[in-house]
Design a protein around this ligand. Sequence first.
Ligand SMILES: Cc1ncc(COP(=O)(O)O)c(C=O)c1O
Length: 377
Amino acid sequence: MSDISTSTVPQNDPGAAYRAQKSAIDAAIARVLARGWYILGEEVAEFERDFARYIGVNHAIGVANGTDALVLALKALDLGHEDYVVTVAHTAVATVAAVELAGARPLLVDIEPMSYALDAAALARVLKSPPGRIGAIIPVHLYGQAADLAAILPLAREHGIPLIEDCAQAHGARFGERRLGSLGDIGCFSLYPTKNLGALGDGGIVVTADNALAERLRALREYGWRERYVSDIAGMNSRLDEVQAAVLRVKLPELDGGNRRRAAIADAYDRGLAGSGLGLPWRRPGASHVFHQYVVRSPARDRLRDALRARGIGTNIHYPVPVHLQPAYRGRIALDPAGLPESEAAAREILSLPLYPQLDDRAVARVIAAVRESAVE
Ligand SMILES: Cc1ncc(COP(=O)(O)O)c(C=O)c1O
């Protein structure tokens, strides 16, 4: 056994999630290997049924990754090259990349400083004087909690614009009584290994209550086929494979328990870091937070990160450069004319502490002690 006082505490550890369910996962993989059917078979169909039921929608469509989930959602809405899609710059670059991959134009707006999610006031502003037709809105439920859907949903409805929820970091989180992904027209999830529900490779899933959209999504993920070898619409290849689906069927029943452990660790961090001078996560009233990340904020972020590294505490920055300032996008992406000052400030100050369900209480106490020492240096 490693000595917790000297070993490194990683920021995330997908291998620990595998070890926690090793025999069930190994058995599920062996079952698929023996069956000899590896793409879009009964494991995917069962996982889709289970996940749709879990989210509270009629349809779930397994795809290759979370980026494709967004691309397929946008393609299902049949957006044109002139259409803008409103989203944020403070997100995984995938959210914005997906808009361009689907052939539409990103229009980026600022975030709320408290939640780090899309600012409804900025959205209202761009909807009032848009640069062109707005084809969709993608709020990102960042770090595990809902964007301000109480304000964003009515704005989308009022303007007749479809809403796609980017739920890549919010599996199982609720807004009111409902799970995220079930409130907009389409919900998109990544199943990347470090997510709250993670495969042992790439994976993604799209959910919707709309029968026609579900039917288009199923066709689009496999060459536009409704009937084998007949492409009615121009599709792509983005399929969830049977091995990943079998693993995800083992992991889905543990998702709520994993999210409860994440929330308990977050509560311990809140208590342990109160009065440390760091900005601590804000919780949206009426919503649950599944703490994909526990993000603190400090103007001395880089020094804090170095001091934690010296003490064996792993951290990460989600994300260090807003998308509109990334080399591939700088100067050529449409932005809210009011600018994105909160996104730029957040990128300079945020730091994600270690957080995953298998992180034990001793490691949590060690992180708290190290952050408290480092914050005063
Ligand atoms: C907010 C967000 N959107 C989209 C994605 C894309 O998911 P994937 O990496 O599975 O393509 C991710 C994950 O990286 C994400 O965090």
